[in-house]
Design a protein around this ligand. Structure first.
Ligand SMILES: Cc1cc2nc3c(=O)[nH]c(=O)nc-3n(C[C@H](O)[C@H](O)[C@H](O)COP(=O)(O)OP(=O)(O)OC[C@H]3O[C@@H](n4cnc5c(N)ncnc54)[C@H](O)[C@@H]3O)c2cc1C
Ligand code: FES
Length: 271
Protein backbone atom coordinates (compact mmCIF):
# COMPACT_ATOMS: atom_id res chain seq x y z
CA UNK A 1 0.00 0.00 0.00
CA UNK A 2 1.24 3.52 -0.79
CA UNK A 3 2.59 5.27 2.32
CA UNK A 4 1.42 8.85 2.70
CA UNK A 5 4.15 11.19 4.02
CA UNK A 6 2.58 12.64 7.23
CA UNK A 7 4.44 15.94 6.70
CA UNK A 8 2.92 16.40 3.24
CA UNK A 9 -0.34 18.39 3.17
CA UNK A 10 -3.05 16.90 0.98
CA UNK A 11 -4.61 19.60 -1.23
CA UNK A 12 -8.34 20.10 -0.61
CA UNK A 13 -10.79 22.48 -2.26
CA UNK A 14 -13.26 24.56 -0.27
CA UNK A 15 -16.75 23.63 -1.45
CA UNK A 16 -18.80 25.88 0.81
CA UNK A 17 -18.22 28.54 3.44
CA UNK A 18 -20.80 29.09 6.19
CA UNK A 19 -20.40 32.18 8.38
CA UNK A 20 -21.43 31.02 11.88
CA UNK A 21 -20.79 34.16 13.95
CA UNK A 22 -18.97 37.46 13.34
CA UNK A 23 -15.58 35.71 13.84
CA UNK A 24 -16.30 31.98 13.37
CA UNK A 25 -16.65 30.29 9.98
CA UNK A 26 -17.36 26.73 8.89
CA UNK A 27 -15.43 25.44 5.86
CA UNK A 28 -16.89 22.47 4.01
CA UNK A 29 -14.19 20.75 1.94
CA UNK A 30 -14.89 18.87 -1.23
CA UNK A 31 -14.96 15.17 -0.31
CA UNK A 32 -12.85 13.64 2.43
CA UNK A 33 -9.11 14.29 1.95
CA UNK A 34 -8.49 12.42 5.24
CA UNK A 35 -10.43 9.93 7.33
CA UNK A 36 -10.58 10.50 11.09
CA UNK A 37 -12.24 9.31 14.29
CA UNK A 38 -14.02 11.66 16.70
CA UNK A 39 -11.42 13.37 18.90
CA UNK A 40 -8.58 13.33 16.37
CA UNK A 41 -7.37 16.53 14.73
CA UNK A 42 -5.67 17.72 11.55
CA UNK A 43 -3.23 20.46 10.61
CA UNK A 44 -4.58 22.91 8.01
CA UNK A 45 -1.94 24.56 5.84
CA UNK A 46 -1.87 27.72 3.81
CA UNK A 47 1.29 27.80 1.68
CA UNK A 48 3.45 30.82 2.53
CA UNK A 49 1.53 31.50 5.75
CA UNK A 50 1.77 28.42 7.93
CA UNK A 51 -0.34 25.73 9.51
CA UNK A 52 -2.44 25.28 12.62
CA UNK A 53 -4.30 22.42 14.32
CA UNK A 54 -8.08 22.05 14.07
CA UNK A 55 -10.46 19.26 14.96
CA UNK A 56 -12.99 18.41 12.25
CA UNK A 57 -16.52 19.48 13.12
CA UNK A 58 -18.20 17.03 10.71
CA UNK A 59 -19.23 13.42 11.23
CA UNK A 60 -16.42 10.85 11.03
CA UNK A 61 -18.96 8.54 9.35
CA UNK A 62 -19.46 10.13 5.95
CA UNK A 63 -20.17 13.37 4.16
CA UNK A 64 -17.65 16.08 3.44
CA UNK A 65 -14.87 17.06 5.82
CA UNK A 66 -15.73 20.26 7.73
CA UNK A 67 -13.83 22.57 10.04
CA UNK A 68 -15.26 25.40 12.11
CA UNK A 69 -12.62 28.06 12.70
CA UNK A 70 -12.41 31.13 14.89
CA UNK A 71 -10.25 33.95 13.54
CA UNK A 72 -7.65 34.81 16.18
CA UNK A 73 -4.28 35.33 14.45
CA UNK A 74 -2.05 34.72 11.45
CA UNK A 75 -3.12 31.31 10.15
CA UNK A 76 -6.78 31.60 11.13
CA UNK A 77 -6.85 35.09 9.60
CA UNK A 78 -5.51 33.72 6.30
CA UNK A 79 -7.93 30.77 6.43
CA UNK A 80 -10.88 33.04 7.05
CA UNK A 81 -9.89 35.16 4.01
CA UNK A 82 -10.21 32.13 1.68
CA UNK A 83 -13.13 31.87 -0.74
CA UNK A 84 -15.23 28.99 -2.04
CA UNK A 85 -13.17 27.15 -4.68
CA UNK A 86 -9.81 28.00 -3.07
CA UNK A 87 -7.34 25.29 -2.07
CA UNK A 88 -5.83 24.59 1.34
CA UNK A 89 -3.68 21.73 2.67
CA UNK A 90 -4.74 19.08 5.17
CA UNK A 91 -2.37 16.86 7.21
CA UNK A 92 -3.57 14.16 9.53
CA UNK A 93 -5.40 12.68 11.28
CA UNK A 94 -3.34 13.08 14.46
CA UNK A 95 -3.90 12.14 18.07
CA UNK A 96 -6.14 9.63 19.75
CA UNK A 97 -9.90 9.35 19.32
CA UNK A 98 -12.43 9.37 22.16
CA UNK A 99 -12.78 5.87 23.68
CA UNK A 100 -16.37 5.52 22.43
CA UNK A 101 -16.49 1.83 23.41
CA UNK A 102 -16.21 2.95 27.06
CA UNK A 103 -19.12 5.37 26.57
CA UNK A 104 -21.55 2.63 25.48
CA UNK A 105 -24.61 2.07 27.68
CA UNK A 106 -24.03 5.36 29.52
CA UNK A 107 -25.38 8.89 29.58
CA UNK A 108 -22.86 11.29 28.04
CA UNK A 109 -22.54 14.80 29.41
CA UNK A 110 -20.94 17.24 26.94
CA UNK A 111 -19.96 20.79 27.91
CA UNK A 112 -18.81 23.31 25.29
CA UNK A 113 -17.80 26.96 25.27
CA UNK A 114 -17.57 29.24 22.22
CA UNK A 115 -15.82 27.65 19.24
CA UNK A 116 -15.18 24.63 21.49
CA UNK A 117 -18.50 23.35 20.19
CA UNK A 118 -16.74 22.58 16.86
CA UNK A 119 -14.79 19.47 17.97
CA UNK A 120 -17.76 18.48 20.12
CA UNK A 121 -20.04 18.57 17.08
CA UNK A 122 -18.02 15.80 15.45
CA UNK A 123 -18.24 13.77 18.67
CA UNK A 124 -21.98 14.47 18.89
CA UNK A 125 -22.54 13.35 15.26
CA UNK A 126 -20.51 10.19 15.92
CA UNK A 127 -22.68 9.41 18.96
CA UNK A 128 -25.89 10.13 17.06
CA UNK A 129 -24.71 7.79 14.27
CA UNK A 130 -24.91 4.91 16.80
CA UNK A 131 -27.50 6.46 19.09
CA UNK A 132 -28.86 3.08 20.30
CA UNK A 133 -25.52 2.31 21.94
CA UNK A 134 -25.80 5.18 24.43
CA UNK A 135 -28.41 6.14 27.00
CA UNK A 136 -28.85 9.86 26.52
CA UNK A 137 -26.64 12.67 25.21
CA UNK A 138 -26.68 15.90 27.20
CA UNK A 139 -25.16 19.07 25.70
CA UNK A 140 -24.50 22.15 27.78
CA UNK A 141 -23.21 25.06 25.72
CA UNK A 142 -22.21 28.61 26.53
CA UNK A 143 -21.45 31.48 24.16
CA UNK A 144 -20.65 35.14 24.79
CA UNK A 145 -23.83 36.52 23.21
CA UNK A 146 -26.68 35.02 21.11
CA UNK A 147 -24.80 36.16 17.98
CA UNK A 148 -21.78 34.06 19.04
CA UNK A 149 -23.67 30.76 19.10
CA UNK A 150 -22.35 28.37 16.44
CA UNK A 151 -24.59 25.97 14.44
CA UNK A 152 -27.72 28.04 15.20
CA UNK A 153 -29.46 26.61 12.12
CA UNK A 154 -28.71 23.00 13.17
CA UNK A 155 -29.42 23.06 16.90
CA UNK A 156 -33.27 23.05 16.59
CA UNK A 157 -33.05 19.77 14.60
CA UNK A 158 -30.71 18.20 17.16
CA UNK A 159 -33.02 19.28 20.01
CA UNK A 160 -35.85 17.21 18.47
CA UNK A 161 -33.85 13.95 18.66
CA UNK A 162 -35.40 11.75 21.37
CA UNK A 163 -32.18 10.90 23.24
CA UNK A 164 -30.69 14.39 23.13
CA UNK A 165 -31.04 17.14 25.72
CA UNK A 166 -29.53 20.55 24.92
CA UNK A 167 -29.32 23.55 27.23
CA UNK A 168 -27.59 26.80 26.28
CA UNK A 169 -26.58 29.97 28.02
CA UNK A 170 -25.08 33.29 26.95
CA UNK A 171 -22.86 35.57 29.03
CA UNK A 172 -24.72 38.65 27.81
CA UNK A 173 -28.23 38.48 26.32
CA UNK A 174 -30.13 40.65 23.85
CA UNK A 175 -33.83 41.12 23.08
CA UNK A 176 -33.90 37.96 20.87
CA UNK A 177 -32.72 35.65 23.68
CA UNK A 178 -35.26 33.71 25.77
CA UNK A 179 -32.81 31.27 27.40
CA UNK A 180 -30.43 31.26 30.34
CA UNK A 181 -27.93 34.06 30.99
CA UNK A 182 -24.54 33.60 32.65
CA UNK A 183 -21.32 31.71 32.03
CA UNK A 184 -21.62 28.02 31.21
CA UNK A 185 -21.15 26.88 34.81
CA UNK A 186 -24.57 28.40 35.67
CA UNK A 187 -26.22 25.58 33.73
CA UNK A 188 -24.17 22.93 35.52
CA UNK A 189 -26.01 23.26 38.82
CA UNK A 190 -28.37 20.46 37.89
CA UNK A 191 -26.62 17.46 36.39
CA UNK A 192 -29.20 14.87 35.33
CA UNK A 193 -26.81 11.92 34.90
CA UNK A 194 -25.23 9.38 37.22
CA UNK A 195 -21.99 11.23 37.98
CA UNK A 196 -20.39 8.08 39.33
CA UNK A 197 -20.43 6.37 35.94
CA UNK A 198 -21.13 8.92 33.17
CA UNK A 199 -18.34 10.28 30.96
CA UNK A 200 -18.25 14.05 30.63
CA UNK A 201 -16.49 15.76 27.73
CA UNK A 202 -15.35 19.39 27.86
CA UNK A 203 -14.00 21.72 25.18
CA UNK A 204 -13.66 25.48 25.24
CA UNK A 205 -11.33 28.33 26.11
CA UNK A 206 -8.80 27.70 28.93
CA UNK A 207 -10.69 29.55 31.70
CA UNK A 208 -13.95 27.87 30.78
CA UNK A 209 -12.18 24.48 30.88
CA UNK A 210 -10.71 25.25 34.29
CA UNK A 211 -13.94 26.36 35.99
CA UNK A 212 -16.08 23.74 34.25
CA UNK A 213 -13.70 20.98 35.36
CA UNK A 214 -13.82 22.25 38.96
CA UNK A 215 -17.62 22.25 38.88
CA UNK A 216 -17.88 18.76 37.36
CA UNK A 217 -15.45 17.33 39.90
CA UNK A 218 -17.37 19.01 42.74
CA UNK A 219 -20.55 17.44 41.37
CA UNK A 220 -18.92 14.03 41.78
CA UNK A 221 -17.68 13.04 38.31
CA UNK A 222 -14.85 10.53 38.42
CA UNK A 223 -11.37 11.92 37.50
CA UNK A 224 -10.98 9.24 34.82
CA UNK A 225 -14.36 10.12 33.25
CA UNK A 226 -13.64 13.84 32.72
CA UNK A 227 -12.37 14.14 29.12
CA UNK A 228 -10.69 17.45 28.31
CA UNK A 229 -9.66 18.76 24.85
CA UNK A 230 -6.24 20.31 25.39
CA UNK A 231 -5.08 23.02 22.99
CA UNK A 232 -1.33 23.25 23.58
CA UNK A 233 0.83 24.87 20.89
CA UNK A 234 1.51 22.37 18.15
CA UNK A 235 3.79 22.04 15.20
CA UNK A 236 4.62 18.59 13.82
CA UNK A 237 1.53 16.80 15.16
CA UNK A 238 3.62 13.63 15.35
CA UNK A 239 5.32 13.67 18.74
CA UNK A 240 8.66 14.81 17.28
CA UNK A 241 9.08 18.55 17.85
CA UNK A 242 8.31 18.96 21.59
CA UNK A 243 6.05 22.01 21.03
CA UNK A 244 2.98 20.47 22.65
CA UNK A 245 4.54 19.02 25.83
CA UNK A 246 2.18 18.95 28.81
CA UNK A 247 3.86 17.23 31.76
CA UNK A 248 4.82 13.77 30.55
CA UNK A 249 2.41 13.95 27.59
CA UNK A 250 2.72 15.08 24.00
CA UNK A 251 -0.75 16.52 23.44
CA UNK A 252 -0.53 15.80 19.69
CA UNK A 253 0.16 12.10 20.22
CA UNK A 254 -1.22 11.20 23.67
CA UNK A 255 -4.16 13.64 23.32
CA UNK A 256 -5.51 16.04 22.27
CA UNK A 257 -8.13 14.65 24.63
CA UNK A 258 -6.76 13.78 28.06
CA UNK A 259 -8.64 12.95 31.23
CA UNK A 260 -8.47 14.88 34.47
CA UNK A 261 -6.85 11.78 35.97
CA UNK A 262 -4.03 12.17 33.41
CA UNK A 263 -3.34 15.86 34.01
CA UNK A 264 -4.45 16.68 37.54
CA UNK A 265 -0.91 16.72 38.94
CA UNK A 266 0.32 19.20 36.32
CA UNK A 267 0.60 22.78 37.57
CA UNK A 268 -1.83 25.02 35.62
CA UNK A 269 -2.75 22.53 32.86
CA UNK A 270 -5.19 25.02 31.27
CA UNK A 271 -2.70 27.79 30.46
C1 LIG B 1 -6.06 19.84 18.86
C2 LIG B 1 -6.55 21.24 18.59
C3 LIG B 1 -7.78 21.42 17.97
C4 LIG B 1 -8.24 22.71 17.69
N1 LIG B 1 -9.45 22.83 17.06
C5 LIG B 1 -9.90 24.07 16.76
C6 LIG B 1 -11.14 24.23 16.07
O1 LIG B 1 -11.84 23.26 15.75
N2 LIG B 1 -11.52 25.49 15.76
C7 LIG B 1 -10.77 26.59 16.10
O2 LIG B 1 -11.17 27.72 15.79
N3 LIG B 1 -9.60 26.47 16.77
C8 LIG B 1 -9.14 25.24 17.09
N4 LIG B 1 -7.94 25.11 17.73
C9 LIG B 1 -7.17 26.34 18.06
C10 LIG B 1 -6.38 26.77 16.83
O3 LIG B 1 -5.38 25.81 16.54
C11 LIG B 1 -5.72 28.14 17.10
O4 LIG B 1 -6.72 29.11 17.20
C12 LIG B 1 -4.76 28.48 15.99
O5 LIG B 1 -3.60 27.68 16.10
C13 LIG B 1 -4.38 29.95 16.04
O6 LIG B 1 -3.44 30.15 15.02
P1 LIG B 1 -3.17 31.60 14.41
O7 LIG B 1 -1.93 31.49 13.59
O8 LIG B 1 -4.38 32.12 13.74
O9 LIG B 1 -2.97 32.48 15.71
P2 LIG B 1 -1.58 33.04 16.26
O10 LIG B 1 -1.10 34.09 15.30
O11 LIG B 1 -0.68 31.91 16.61
O12 LIG B 1 -2.06 33.70 17.59
C14 LIG B 1 -2.54 35.00 17.63
C15 LIG B 1 -3.05 35.33 19.00
O13 LIG B 1 -4.25 34.61 19.26
C16 LIG B 1 -4.13 33.93 20.47
N5 LIG B 1 -4.81 32.68 20.31
C17 LIG B 1 -4.31 31.58 19.73
N6 LIG B 1 -5.24 30.60 19.77
C18 LIG B 1 -6.34 31.14 20.36
C19 LIG B 1 -7.61 30.63 20.67
N7 LIG B 1 -7.97 29.37 20.38
N8 LIG B 1 -8.51 31.46 21.26
C20 LIG B 1 -8.17 32.74 21.56
N9 LIG B 1 -6.97 33.25 21.29
C21 LIG B 1 -6.06 32.47 20.71
C22 LIG B 1 -2.65 33.72 20.73
O14 LIG B 1 -2.41 33.63 22.12
C23 LIG B 1 -2.07 34.98 20.12
O15 LIG B 1 -2.07 36.02 21.05
C24 LIG B 1 -7.46 23.84 18.04
C25 LIG B 1 -6.23 23.66 18.66
C26 LIG B 1 -5.77 22.38 18.94
C27 LIG B 1 -4.44 22.18 19.58
S1 FES C 1 3.27 18.98 17.95
FE1 FES C 1 5.33 18.26 17.71
S2 FES C 1 5.57 16.97 19.43
FE2 FES C 1 3.48 17.49 19.50
Amino acid sequence: MERVNPYYPIPARIKKIIPETPNITTFILDGKPIEFEAGQFAELTIPGVGEAPFTPSSSPYGGDLEFTIMQVGRVTGALCALKEGDLLGVRGPFGKPYPLRDFEGKDIFIVGGGVGFAPLRSLFLALVHNIDKYRKIYIRYGARTPKDIVYRQLIPTWEKLPSVDILMTVDVDDESWKGRVGVVTVILDEIPVNVKTAPTVVCGPPLMMKFTTQKLLAAGFNDANVYLSMEQNMSCGLGKCNHCRLGKYYVCKDGPVLTWKDIKDIEEPFL
